[in-house]
Each structure stands twice: as C-alpha cells, then as structure tokens.
Design a protein around this ligand. Structure first.
Ligand SMILES: [Zn+2]
Length: 105
C-alpha cells in the first residue's frame, strides 16, 4: 500500500525539500537512518541524509563517508560539464568544417 503524501509529511517533516529521498511503498528499502529511522532506497541517499539532517550527531566515519560522497557528486558534475563542453565544441567544429568543405567544393 502506498502512503498518501500528507502522511509522509507528518512522519518526516523534512520531506518537503527531500522528495528524492523518499522510498515508495512498493520498493525495497536498502537502509534506514540510525538517528531517525527514516528508510532510504540506497546507502548513498542515507549518507547524504546523515550529512544534511544529522550533521551535528555524526560519527567521524559517517562524516568522512558524507564528505566522500559529496566530493564524488562534484566530480560527477564536473565530468558531465566537461563532456557537454567537448560535445558542443566538436559539433561546432564539425559544422564549421562541413561548411568550409561545401564552399570550397
Ligand atoms: Zn535521519
């Protein structure tokens, strides 16, 4: 059975800004928060939740895990932007080349 949204909000007051962390009722829960018992779909979401919602209570290990995940996220984003920039550049270059080829021919 799927919970109504207002029920989620009552159970988890922070849900308003964290939809992506919510686990639908028909999906398995990979882990739960050791501080507030909230379910998460992946370990990664739980790590982020710990870092954001329980930053004052974290153990050194949990804090390190959160900081690692955050750095990975930044790295992923950087890689994505780099790939996007290269793709745009190559596309531009290709069109310029084709354009020159057409006019030269
Ligand atoms: Zn929690």
């Amino acid at each position: 059975m799927r919970l109504e949204h207002h029920t989620d909000v009552e159970l988890y007051p922070e849900a308003v800004t964290e939809y992506e962390y919510d686990v639908p009722a028909d999906e398995t829960t990979a882990t739960t928060c050791p501080y507030c018992g909230r379910p998460f779909r992946t370990e990664r979401y739980a790590t982020f939740h710990l870092g954001v919602s329980h930053s004052d209570e974290l153990t050194a290990d949990e804090r390190t895990a959160f900081e690692d995940e955050r750095d990975d996220e930044k790295h992923d984003l950087f890689t994505f932007h780099l790939k996007a920039a290269v793709t745009v550049f190559l596309t531009y270059f290709m069109f310029t080349f084709l354009y020159a080829l057409v006019w030269a021919g």
